[in-house]
Design a protein around this ligand. Structure first.
Ligand code: UDP
Ligand code: MG
Length: 333
């Protein structure tokens, strides 16, 4: 019998969770009835400040299949996905899905079927359009995908969502990438394996608000570029080299001019412009270096990617008097 673990990162999703839960349960029950697939729902509460944790507690009491991990603070969606995959080990398949229904749970049966032929190791989804998104945001998103695909060897698909169904071998490979600065879209592409892409029409979130501001998205895209390409460093190097070369030619020209025509005073505005330009260029290149250094610094600290404050086991043990240590021992015997 096949098992699917569904990982759901949740950050302030009190408004969307009830809808999501109703929908996913319907789909899961149907798949259990028709195909005999067993489900586990692993919610990751990413330090929500609303009622999300209480809702998850309720779900876990109502339904045996629900587990949750609650972070000690907001660690970001990337950390939540990692925590989910790490704790979903053991299932045959793992699905990552947003709580806001922008990743339609109804696609799950189709995704599962696609993995049955043995042709693919994962099924991923990409939205065909960017309906409902501000045009300026779409423009920057498109440019980002164009740039990163030129300068990185990880295949990063435009419009790709994090909504995926993955076989356990690939899950292991993703967990093995234990980097602190995570960029899942790149990691999924980098580990390889055969991925089938399912296009679908963009859906707007069912309730609540997006957690991504323009600034956050900008930082996230920079993180993606730095994590999956060293091209900016090469560009800085080439820029430096080119400006040295130009400066050398300038010097030759100036020496020749002075020898032939003497040294009339003047030309200071062009000089000021050049100094400004070179200063700016140097700062820019040092800035690029700094970005990589900062990421390296964070990686070398080997900080945990997330910190768990509570799981459904803790909650049940405390509040329902279920002693999980006992259960565990009995099963192990
Ligand atoms: N999310 C999270 N941690 C965060 C931000 C978002 O776990 O710091 C979750 C969020 O609850 C949702 C998913 O990631 O399930 C996608 O977030 P959102 O819908 O805000 O992003 P969008 O769909 O607008 O890209
Ligand atoms: Mg969303």
């Amino acid at each position: 019998m096949n098992t699917i673990t569904i990982v759901i990162p949740c950050y302030n999703e009190e408004a969307a969770l009830p809808y999501f839960w109703m929908e996913i349960r319907k789909i899961a029950d149907k798949m259990t009835d028709t195909k005999g697939i067993l489900f586990k729902f692993l919610f990751v509460n990413d330090g929500s400040k609303d009622e999300t944790l209480n809702i998850l507690r309720k779900f876990s009491v109502e339904d045996e299949r629900v587990c949750y991990i609650s972070f000690s603070r907001n660690f970001g969606k990337e950390a939540a996905i990692y925590a989910g995959l790490e704790n979903a080990r053991g299932g045959d398949y793992v699905a990552v899905m947003d709580a806001d229904m922008q990743d339609p749970p109804a696609l799950l049966p189709e995704m599962y079927e696609a993995l049955q032929g043995g042709m693919y190791d994962s099924v991923a989804t990409r939205r065909m359009d960017r309906k409902g998104e501000p045009p300026i945001r779409s423009f920057f998103a498109r440019s980002f995908y164009k740039i990163i695909n030129k300068i990185s060897d990880a295949d990063i698909v435009d419009g790709a969502r994090d909504f995926r169904l993955i076989k356990k071998e690939m899950v292991e490979a993703i967990i093995a990438m234990g980097e602190y600065n995570r960029f899942s879209k790149g990691i999924f592409g980098w580990v390889g394996f055969r991925t089938k892409w399912l296009p679908y029409e963009n859906v707007e979130r069912v309730a609540g608000e997006t957690k991504w501001s323009f600034w956050n998205l900008f930082k996230y895209s920079l993180q993606g570029i730095i994590a999956f390409s060293t091209a900016p460093l090469e560009i800085a190097f080439i820029l430096g080299l080119a400006s040295c070369f130009i400066a050398f030619i300038f010097i030759c020209v100036i020496i020749a001019k002075t020898l032939i025509l003497g040294d009339p005073v003047g030309g200071w505005p062009s000089l000021a412009c050049m100094i400004l330009f070179m200063g700016g260029l140097q700062l820019f290149c040092v800035g690029i270096l700094g970005q990589y250094l900062a990421k390296t610094y964070l990686e070398t600290k080997h900080r945990p990617i997330y910190i768990t404050a509570e799981t459904e086991k803790d909650y049940k043990a405390k509040n329902l008097g279920v002693d999980h240590a006992d259960n565990y021992l009995q099963k192990g015997e």
